[in-house]
Ligand binder design. Sequence first.
Ligand SMILES: Cc1ncc(COP(=O)(O)O)c(C=O)c1O
Length: 403
Amino acid sequence: MASLIDRSGMRGRVSAHRIDGVGTSIFTEITALAVRHGAVNLGQGFPDFAAPDFVKEAAARHIRDDHNQYAASPGVPRLRQALADDWRRRCPGAPDVDPNDEITVAAGATELLHDAVLAIVNPGDEVIVFEPAYDAYAPDIAMAGASARAVPLGQPDWTFDPGLLSAAFGPRTRALLLNTPHNPTGKVFSRAELEIVAALCQRHDVTVISDEVYSAITFDTVHVSIATLPGMFERTITIDSMGKTFSVTGWKVGWAIAPAPLSAALRAVHQFVTFTNATPFQEALADILPIAARDGYYDQLRADYRRRRDLLSAVLRAARLLPLPIGGAYFLLTDISGRGFDGDADFCRRLVSEYGVAAIPTSAFYADPSAAPTLARFCFAKKDETIAAAAPRLAALASKNPP
Ligand SMILES: Cc1ncc(COP(=O)(O)O)c(C=O)c1O
């Protein structure tokens, strides 16, 4: 049927230059292929299991109690108080944070990363990122009119060369984007590494935006917030969210902890990006945080993820896809070179369409995909049955494409 709407009026370019290069990612492509081929989806980074009952009950209660109207733009006050209390629990010995001026709640870490970059980075500035880097960082930096300066994290332990990091700082460096525990590598930055980063940021008067959304998911290692290092609170925006920690990625409640001047800048952007986010979920988180701390929730979360990690690790090993060691987050990387594939993207496309398992190529986390190692990322935030269902499919791959 012919369209009744005349769509021929816009002859010129309709999009702004700031979104040049921001296109559909391989994540979207692999997800679409996973649906089309009925694949076991170990690609997307979110849980396929139920959220805890005490978490769901809290939100249901607040909807029933009619906490259904706009929350204050910086966040529901009792949630900010609960987050300040939680900071004290998580960072013993660190100075307290002020819930009035130093905590901002927004629509997930994704919004806060965007707000933070827009709030502090000027056009023409540079932002240092460790590569591989989570896929939102480059567009956030580009939309602020700035450019990213990549510092490689190298295999096998994903450490960085302090000389290369030091050389990345220059007169235009405005911010450094850190992610620990790190997606996709599972690296947890050690205190010694954070001290190197901190010293350089202090020397060059650079602000740190620290993405810590996997802070609760660590294995035999301690997560350290760079903001707790001497002299760092005043120059750090620490971003976290409840999505991974409470298995509710769709609730989109995140928060940023930063000194008052940085929080004020962040809030100026947040006020006109989303203004606020879902009130009942904010109210729920205020109830959830003290219950989780009291009832040993975090230990249970880590134990559950350890089991899933070991399960996926065994499934991958059986298919002779050796997983690299990790310290945190919920992904395993495997080297797929020498298996007859034309790079990691080719491997992932064929894995999903021919063998029915979705994984993500890590080249998607590099500005120059050709510089990336050939690694595929498998997510273990999945039911035991989901992980087990991948086993025969990966075994079929192993028999056809041995190492
Ligand atoms: C490193 C990293 N940062 C941020 C996010 C997004 O967090 P949120 O769901 O709170 O927006 C993700 C989600 O996958 C992530 O892996």
